[in-house]
Design a protein around this ligand. Structure first.
Ligand code: KIV
Ligand code: ZN
Length: 524
């Protein structure tokens, strides 16, 4: 099998296309929303990671989505920028086409449901109408770009003969990638392998297109189903960083890529991912969205390479291969996580940032981050990579309108807590003092008085970045306003300061969200 792809040129049997949908399927799941700046930063980092296609959003859904796809299309050069559209949506394909227009290589991904259940209850359409829409949608998409993907939503539960007809219609109308999602995470690896083998043997024109796998994780089978899809002949993998996505999420990019790399004997496929950057991307997403990965998460979890039992430690010291199937460094863990102290200078700090993947930090951000690092090193015995990552992620976040400057809190068992806060709002210094039921309540009241707003605090949680009582605190704050949710994060050696940073971060995100139009109701 080899074929000329509009965006990738000649593709041979062993090449797999990594299609990341963190910014679309991932971002649309509850609590994972990102603002424009965060999406741009993620997109640039995904491109730097070696992702072939970045699905940047669903432009017709809202002005904000359109804008982020459009801005990503302007800056990303090494990856194809893709926009989602309903095959039969009124303005979907036009919006997607306009959003990706500035891209060097742009793709429109259009989809419609094909399973009996979805056609009858969701679409209320006859199969013949769905076939017509597939033809129309793909033809229309081809007017904007030669790189067109079509998806059979709920494809894994679609009746095989009808699925073949749909795929044939999409290919005839100009689709160059055919995606068969396991939308509800119901399929098994055997199902997915069989579906792709069947389509490749039965559908006319199948050898002229790339087949693509998009597996959800409702039964914890997303990665296994993706690997089985490759065996069946799929050569595009749709996945997300940390496996985020609708409900139980999508197949995790880092797990698939490392499974292929580690078991190359069984999966002899190539991709462009720089695996040493996987951990950095995982961390970046976790800090941006406020959702940490579980400690035992494969590849990027805190314990993924930690050996606690004496027998294991002894084995690893004698020969790492006894208990490690991959080298920790191959996914970005550093050999020794103890890094810097209060005597480290700016040059060493900059080198460390480059090693951690923050080479593009501007001078102002570097100066701010360095002064916070010095402050931390004064207070904390040892500074770990995790501390630096938390601190820098905090620094590079968008503090657009409101900036935290300083905080003083007095609290204890004998008096009511009082917080005095200084923030900058649109460049103006604002100071306020407030009392509260404990230090955090007092400081949140102080923020409300310095910058009056109606948003409700929907979640407040604190965790430690590393171990020990001098560890930095990482705080997540969720605010809710008119049904809109935003999450903010903050990190600091002082728990109460990290809480203010998180609140201010969330508030800035809320202000961005306020300026966006309401999404129109989406239903394919
Ligand atoms: O899960 C799914 O079916 C999707 C499609 C829009 C591709 O995300
Ligand atoms: Zn999906």
């Amino acid at each position: 099998m080899s074929f000329d792809h509009p965006s990738f040129g000649r593709i041979d049997e062993s090449r797999t296309i990594i299609f990341d949908t963190t910014l679309r399927d991932g971002e649309q799941s509850p609590g994972f929303s990102m603002n424009l700046e965060e999406k741009l930063r993620m997109a640039e980092s995904l491109s730097d990671l070696g992702v072939d296609v970045i699905e940047a959003g669903f432009p017709v859904a809202s002005k904000g989505d359109f804008e982020s796809v459009n801005e990503i299309a302007k800056v990303v050069r090494d990856s194809v920028v893709c926009a989602l559209a309903r095959s039969g949506g009124k303005n979907d394909i036009q919006a997607a086409g306009e959003a990706i227009a500035p891209a060097e290589r742009g793709r429109i991904h259009n989809f419609i449901s094909t399973s009996p259940l979805h056609m009858k209850y969701k679409l209320r359409m006859e199969p013949e109408t769905v076939l017509e829409i597939i033809t129309e949608g793909n033809r229309k998409a081809r007017q904007y770009t030669d790189d067109v993907e079509w998806s059979a939503e709920d494809g894994s539960r679609t009746e095989p003969d009808f699925l073949c007809r749909c795929v044939e219609a999409a290919i005839r109308a100009g689709a160059t990638t055919i995606n068969i999602p396991d939308t509800v995470g119901y399929a098994t690896p055997e199902d997915m392998e069989r579906i792709f083998s069947m389509l490749r043997t039965r559908v006319p024109g199948a050898d002229e297109v790339i087949f693509s796998a998009h597996n959800h994780n409702d039964l914890g089978l997303a990665v296994a189903n993706t690997l089985a899809s490759l065996r069946g002949g799929a050569r595009q993998i749709e996945c997300t960083i940390n496996g985020i996505g609708e409900r139980a999420g999508n197949a995790a990019l880092e797990e698939i890529v490392m499974a292929i790399r580690t078991r190359h004997d069984q999966f002899p496929y190539r991709n462009r991912i720089v695996t040493e950057k996987l951990l950095r991307l995982s961390r970046m997403l976790a800090t941006t969205t406020g959702f940490d990965v579980q400690p035992n998460k494969a590849i990027v979890g805190r314990n993924a390479f930690a050996h606690e039992s004496g027998i294991h430690q002894d084995g690893v010291l004698k020969n790492a291969a006894t208990y490690e199937i991959m080298m920790p460094e191959s996914v970005g863990w550093s050999k020794s996580s103890l890094v810097m102290g209060k005597h480290s200078g700016r040059a060493a700090f900059r080198d460390k940032l480059v090693a951690l993947g923050y080479g593009t930090l501007g001078d102002n951000q570097l100066n701010e981050a360095f002064s916070r690092f010095k402050d931390l090193a004064d207070r904390k015995k040892v500074v770990y990579d995790e501390d630096i990552i938390a601190l820098v992620d905090d620094e590079v976040r968008d503090h657009a309108r409101i900036r935290f400057l300083s905080l003083e809190v007095s609290a204890g068992s004998k008096r009511q807590a009082e917080a005095t806060l200084e923030i900058e709002v649109d460049g103006e210094l604002v100071e306020s003092t407030a009392n509260g039921n404990g230090p955090v309540d007092a400081e949140f009241n102080a923020i409300r008085s310095a910058f009056p707003h109606e948003a409700r605090l929907a979640l407040y949680s604190v965790g430690a970045v590393t171990e020990g009582t001098d560890a930095q605190a990482r705080t997540s704050v969720r605010l809710e306003e008119d049904g809109k949710l935003v999450d903010g994060q903050g990190a600091d050696a002082d728990t109460v300061v990290s809480a203010v940073r998180a609140y201010v971060h969330a508030l800035n995100k809320l202000l961005v969200k306020r300026t966006r139009a309401e999404p129109e109701a989406i239903g394919a």
